[in-house]
Design a protein around this ligand. Sequence first.
Ligand SMILES: [Fe+2]
Length: 460
Amino acid sequence: MRGVRMAALALGLACLFGSTAALAATAGVVAEPNTQVPAGNRHYAASGFPDRIVASPSADPRHGFAVAWRTDASVQAPLLEIAIAGDSPAIGPVTRITASTRTLQSENGLSHHHRADITGLQPGTLYVYRVQGKDTWGAWNQLRTAGEAGTPLTVLYFGDTQNKNLSHVSRVIRAGQKAAPGATLSLFAGDLVSGGDHADDSEWGEWFAAAGWLAQETLVAPAIGNHEYFEEFEDTPQERRVLGRHWPVTFALPGNGAGSVASTTYWFDQQGVRFVVLDGTSALDLGTAQAQAGWLDQVLSGNPNPWTIVLLHQPFYSPREGRENTALREVLLPVLRRHAVDLVLQGHDHTYGRRGEGNAATPQFVVTVAGPKQYRLSGQARRTMDPVAEDTQLFQVLDIDGQRLRYQARTVTGQLYDGFELVRGADGRKQKVELTQGRIAPRDCQRAQTLKGRADRCWE
Ligand SMILES: [Fe+2]
């Protein structure tokens, strides 16, 4: 109710003091548009300057990574330059790699999307790289290749960003970087943008504006969400989900996934962790759950790493009222159990919730949200998950070495909301230790409805 009362107060102030006071009084309590881009504005159109530069892991990130970037259509097959980082501005010797180029037509016009795969690098080594545009270059970016197995690893993990990326998501990402400046890998749980309203390209522009240097100086490993798909033939018997055009050109992912979903599923090993990324939308809506389960079984068979983390958009156990992803539980979950997956990182439900299964230490299932859209928890989630949260923007920091995986969920202001450690015994078995010291009190939605009047959500 507080938000409603504040909106009413703001309206009252507007009547009393005119438009200037109204602007000041209503900041934050009027429903914002999904982007800060006015209708018809092409602020995020491509130019000859390279932008949307993002690094992603290769299947073996000790020896390589890949970079995607964008320009306008004047640039074809540009170069990426890379060298070992030093303290002098005299960079070199430089290796040059020619990118492959694909085109994309969007509401912001024609753009060229480039991809360069870098191989033959040294493990645990800091490199500089830059990408070419039209008669120009981007900044030199510093990025460290993955170290050998067992070298300590810090990872940032973000739930759905999806809405108001510039306005509200950017501060979560900045808070994450301040909390974990040593992170070398960034995981995103999907629904990076909302899409579906013919404004996808400006949304992606805002996502990159929010991600800032994180996209260029950590390895970004995203899961695809349902909002990166769109509905073809909507509201007809032929309705089906189709992969959005941005996803394949926006990230330079390993492409080592499951058969027909190879562009949206993948795996890589980094410093003693096998990371496997699934496509929950395809599993649930396009009938690939069995194919992904078979592939997952193969990928996790003979896994030599002490730790295994699975990332996907839709949760196995949904904290939101009325959502059940039965096909995930029936088809994919047995594979996770069989291979003793440690941690399952998920999004989609715009709330926070963590649970395990019975008394088992692993897997731990986490649902989280980074962006401002906030839903409500079901009664079942409150009974079966602990801790849970509504109305809270969060990021997660994982610190992993050979013996210990420490998980912390922090709010956008940096406060500890959840934490635990998985400790690996001599026999390889894991024990869970809850980290309760310093956690803030549980957070629940205090509003009866959103500013747009939706009672099933807490914030738009
Ligand atoms: Fe979603």
